[in-house]
Design a protein around this ligand. Structure first.
Ligand code: IPM
Ligand code: MG
Length: 356
């Protein structure tokens, strides 16, 4: 197969981790007889520096013309004081919105090799952590109006959170369908005791639940969900939730698995074209030092193969190679443990390549 991949290296550690993921994709192409071509896209702080805005139209067009997009990370302290409409994060939000990527899927799985790195007690970790957060990605407070105005001699800031029934239904369906492919358990997270958007969310989910009698469905309030994720994560299979709650809970979920550096994600819309990115940020403190963990990005490339390109064997090969590198005791600094060997970002890439 021929696939055209838009590549956003971005800021901070982005270029280093994406570089390793591209080496892995090249190896896969060679081994399985595919051709991957890469189209470089400037987005984030680097695009602000070069073009004056975080996602220039001609860059967005490259993403829209691609078969899928691979992203490292964007942002950093250098652009902290840029006006809100031109911040690096704004580029990412416009990309998600313009590509119509309403479904963000973030797996939280404990790698047995990294069990010690989890901050949870062994008695909790032993029960296993293997769930996925399905986050609505282009609605809610992220995409409502944001305004700051003068009111009675002081400033007032307002962020609008809105959801329509069809926006809830389409992500709800992804939640149920994802559960069907796993252990058939779906937890819908909301704040229906306070928010109207959550009450509508819950009503739509209950309607859908009737269509999926084979999926064990339950509702959970978001504050309780935050607690349950650290108390007994083994109870979860699939969590479906709105944009902001999903942002927060997916960071919490990643932390308990040991290292946020390991977690990939996919963002999908109506078609097969997706955006694939590790869920960690640009880590400016270690940028350019060849220290970052490239695995989250490498596993994102594996997800791209699986979900956008229908290349299951290729995805399996990447995931198995990561597993072997961990089995061999190789660790980047973020997940280093006693008895293991500390390796650089590129050495981790070398090792994973050697196992494909
Ligand atoms: C994420 C990030 C983004 C988000 C930021 C960078 C805008 O935290 O992908 O989770 O809040 O969605
Ligand atoms: Mg986040």
């Amino acid at each position: 197969m021929n696939k055209n991949i838009a590549v956003i290296r971005g800021d901070g550690i982005g270029p280093e981790i994406v570089g390793q993921a591209l080496r892995v994709l090249d190896r896969i192409a060679e081994k399985f007889g595919h051709t991957f071509t890469y189209e470089d896209v400037d987005m984030g702080g680097c695009a602000i520096d070069k073009w004056g805005e975080p996602l220039p139209r001609h860059m967005l067009d490259k993403c829209l013309a691609s078969d899928s997009v691979l992203l490292g990370a964007v942002g950093g302290p250098k652009w902290d004081n840029v006006e809100p409409a031109r911040r690096p994060e704004k580029g990412l939000l416009s990309l998600r919105g313009s590509m119509g990527l309403y479904s963000n899927n973030r797996p939280a799985r404990l790698w047995p090799q990294l069990a010690e790195a989890s901050p949870l007690k062994p008695s909790v970790v032993e029960k296993g952590i293997d769930f996925i957060v399905v986050r609505e990605l282009i609605g809610g407070v992220y995409f409502g109006d944001h305004t700051t105005s003068e009111k009675n001699g002081e400033k007032e800031a307002v962020d609008i959170m809105a959801y329509t029934e069809h926006e809830i239904e389409r992500i709800g369906r992804i939640g149920f369908e994802t559960a069907r492919k796993r252990r058939r358990k779906l937890t819908s997270v909301d704040k229906a005791n306070v928010l109207d958007t959550s009450r509508l969310w819950r009503a739509v989910m209950h309607r859908l639940a009737e269509e999926y009698p084979d999926v064990e469905y339950s509702d959970m309030l978001v504050d309780n969900a935050a607690m349950q994720i650290v108390k007994d994560p083994s109870q979860f299979d699939v969590i479906v939730t709105e944009n902001l709650f999903g942002d927060i809970l997916s960071d919490e979920a990643s932390m308990i698995t040991g290292s946020i550096g390991m977690i990939p994600s996919s963002s999908l819309g109506a078609g097969s074209r997706g955006l694939y990115e590790p869920i960690h940020g640009s880590a400016p403190d270690i940028a350019g030092q060849n220290k970052a963990n490239p695995i989250g990005t490498i596993l994102s490339a594996a997800m791209m193969c699986r979900y956008s390109f229908d290349m299951a064997a290729e995805a399996d090969a990447i995931e198995a190679a990561v597993e072997k590198a961990l089995d061999a005791g190789l660790r980047t600094g973020d997940m280093m443990a006693e008895g293991c060997r500390l390796v650089s970002c590129s050495e981790m890439g070398d090792a994973i390549l050697s196992y494909i």
